[in-house]
Design a protein around this ligand. Structure first.
Ligand SMILES: [Zn+2]
Length: 136
């Protein structure tokens, strides 16, 4: 499921043909899907959430929690899978999160909200991830 390095797109035009228009807008143009519309908002299925662009493992399903914010939320990630970037767009000071492997936009990370003992909320677009369910 993971895209080999040799097949990773190198230009936005290569990404555009590989992704759907909605996926491209979120992953490569830093878009945000409307709250409560994503396919994984309420998903409880065990498995591994991978980057929808390159297939890298990002979030084990046991880090997912109910934040009631309208987007899938995780309080931890696979070590090294995520990179954080300061984002001062829209007049807000936020921390953007991207896939460390392919630099695709995932969402934003918030800390100090007290949702879980890890006190971290990765607020991720469903369009940025794909659940790889555990074999049952
Ligand atoms: Zn990726």
């Amino acid at each position: 499921m993971t895209l080999p390095d040799s097949e990773l797109p190198r230009t936005e035009d290569e990404w555009r043909v590989r992704l759907s228009p909605a996926e491209f807008r979120v992953l490569r143009e830093h878009g945000t899907e409307p709250a409560w519309t994503g396919e994984y908002v309420d998903t409880k299925t065990p498995g591994m959430y991978r980057c929808r662009a390159c297939g890298a493992e990002l979030y084990p399903s046991d880090t997912k929690f109910d934040s009631h914010c309208g987007w899938p939320s995780f309080d931890d990630a696979i070590p090294g899978a995520i990179k954080e970037i300061e984002d001062n767009s829209l007049g807000m000071s936020r921390t953007e999160i991207r896939c460390a492997r392919c630099d695709s936009h995932l969402g934003h990370v918030f800390r100090g909200e007290g949702f879980t003992p890890k006190d971290t909320r990765h607020c991720v677009n469903s369009l940025s991830i794909r659940l790889d369910p555990n074999d049952v």
